[in-house]
Structures are given as C-alpha cells and as structure tokens.
Ligand binder design. Structure first.
Ligand code: SF4
Length: 312
C-alpha cells in the first residue's frame, strides 16, 4: 500500500543537477521516490530514496517556486522535470503540484522540459497547447509489448496511453521524442520488437528517439533479482554483463557496469537502421556510452532550434 508523506520545505526547489546532460537547466523533483517502481530505476540507490511503497511530496512547492522566480535576477530559460521521479505519477498530490508548478513557470515565460511514463491529465494538454513553443518532452517507451512493460515498469501508464499522449503532444506542437532507455539486450532489441516499437512511434508523428541500454549498479542488480520472478528472463538479462565494462555514467565520480562495447555498437547500428526505416532519427545517450559517442539523448533542448543543451 502506497504512503504519501506531505512535508514543507524552505530551501530552494529549483536546483542544478549533477548530471552532465542536465547541466544547463535548473531541475525540480516533484517527489522523493516514484510510484512507477521501475525495476531498473537508478534512484533506488540514492540515500534519499524512501523505499518502494512511499513517496514524499512538498505541499508548499508551487508557492515557494513562485517566490524563487520573483527573487531571481535572471530567469532560467526552462526547468527540467524530473531527474529522480516522474512528474505524472498517478497520485493526485503529484499531479496537482506538477500542474501548479508548470503553470507558474509557463506564465512567467519560463519553458518546461520533461520526461514521463505516466498519465498526463487533460488540463495539462490545455496548458501545454497555450505555451507549446516553450515546451519539449520525452515519453519513455522501451517496448510496445505489455508483458515486457509489466515486468520492468509495473506501475507506469500502458502502451496505448503513452502512445496516445505522444501523438497529442506532437499534434499541439510540443517538441517530442520517444525515450527508449533502457533497452534490454536480447529482449527489447529483437527485430520484431524494434519494428513494432518504431512502427507505433512513427504513427504518432514523432520523428526522434533517444536510446541507451540498461546499466547496472549494486542497487539496480539487487532490484532486478528481487522483482523479476521469471529466473530465465533474469539470467538472460544478467548474462551479457559477465563481460561488462565500467564507465562513468553522466555524473562526476559515478560509474556503472555497461554491456561490452561490441554488443552496444552492433545493436545501436541495428536500432538506428530500424528506426530510420520508419523515418525516425536516433540519438544515442553519450552520458552512458562515452566510449563510443559524444551524441546526446536530447533530454533537454534549445527551444528555439533543434539543438540540444548537452555541453559538448
Ligand atoms: S519513472 Fe523514472 S524515476 Fe520513476 S521509477 Fe521509473 S525510472 Fe525511476
């Protein structure tokens, strides 16, 4: 059973992120913890992670952010939601705070950038439509196979809903891409899986995808072992990591175990080709693949151009 713990906070909510790809924008986390409970979630190892069945929200967040903006001499061009949770978790408190904060930002001429696997409420589409030139986003989707999503992202929105949201956002003029991260080697990257995925994404009108593979840290491996009941699937996921390499992952002094370079190079090539067959351009995450690319997953973008904000 989910516990939502409401708190007050007096320190700033708009904070810089240690992640290199988010270095140019302030970021905000609507909650500590995330009800989607993705089994591969990197936040499970964070000291502030409140456990799988709890989230903490700050009920004064909207009010404090409004004050923070008033105090700033120079307003940020945009704010990123959220490095360590999903802004559209299906929890009334989270949805309300997200809407209020995004509205305050947009009405102050500050852009909104986001990633979600959640359920976006109708009122957010109305808000986004009014300010579409100030918004960019990503819908997370590693597969269109519900059985696979149920294993890896048990509480996130279903495939139909995510694709519908992606199509609606593209239609109202929001710069969107499909975030296919983390792909699971041997499971979500078969020819059939990739064709089904990119065919579905192409039908929404979205023409960009961000791709990377699962990486492991001790807390992520422990979560996979605890939550994936089918031991054959678990073994298939972990087997290729017996020859993994350790790479810096996005943030200073932080590392993770990634698949061997040859596997990633070959499979990214296959993914790129399949996506291209459906008119979709692929961007590989350079933060998690610094040994093979300087590309960016376009998690943040310059809003008045096609460029990303990733510091090269
Ligand atoms: S949606 Fe993101 S933050 Fe939430 S559990 Fe999944 S990976 Fe973690």
């Amino acid at each position: 059973m989910l516990r939502v713990i409401s708190k007050q906070r007096k320190t700033n909510f708009l904070t810089p992120s240690g992640l290199r790809c988010l270095a140019n924008l302030p970021t905000v986390n609507i909650s500590a913890g995330c009800v989607h409970n993705c089994v591969y979630c990197y936040t499970k190892g964070y000291s502030i992670y409140p456990g799988d069945n709890s989230i903490e929200v700050y009920e004064n967040m909207a009010e404090e952010i409004a004050n923070e903006i008033k105090r700033k001499r120079k307003k940020p061009t945009a704010v990123y939601f959220c490095p360590s949770c999903d802004p559209f978790q299906l929890v009334p408190e989270v949805q309300q705070i997200t809407f209020e904060v995004m509205k305050i930002l947009l009405e102050n001429d500050i852009g909104v950038q986001f990633v979600t696997k959640g359920s976006m409420p109708e009122e957010i589409f109305d808000l986004f439509e009014k300010h579409s030139s100030k918004i960019a986003g990503q819908i997370g989707l590693i597969s269109v196979d519900e059985k696979i999503l149920n294993i890896f992202e048990p509480n996130a929105a279903n495939v139909y809903q995510r694709l519908k949201q992606l199509g609606k956002l593209v239609k109202i003029g929001v710069k969107m891409s499909a975030r296919c991260d983390p792909m699971i080697y041997g499971l979500t990257d078969t020819n059939e899986q990739l064709q089904n995925l990119f065919s579905a994404v192409a039908k929404t009108g979205c023409r960009k995808t961000a791709v990377s593979f699962l990486f492991l840290r001790p807390a992520i491996t422990a979560s996979l072992k605890k939550n994936i009941v089918d031991k054959n699937i678990l073994n298939e996921i972990l087997k290729p990591f017996s020859k993994s390499v350790c790479l810096p992952i996005g943030i200073k002094n932080s590392t993770g175990a990634v698949l061997p370079v040859e596997i990633r190079k070959t499979t990214f090539g296959k993914i790129r080709k399949t996506a291209n067959d459906f008119g979709i351009k692929t961007h590989i995450c350079g933060c998690k693949n610094c040994d093979i690319t300087r590309d960016s997953c376009y998690i943040t973008r310059e809003l008045n151009s096609q460029e990303c904000l990733f510091p090269k």
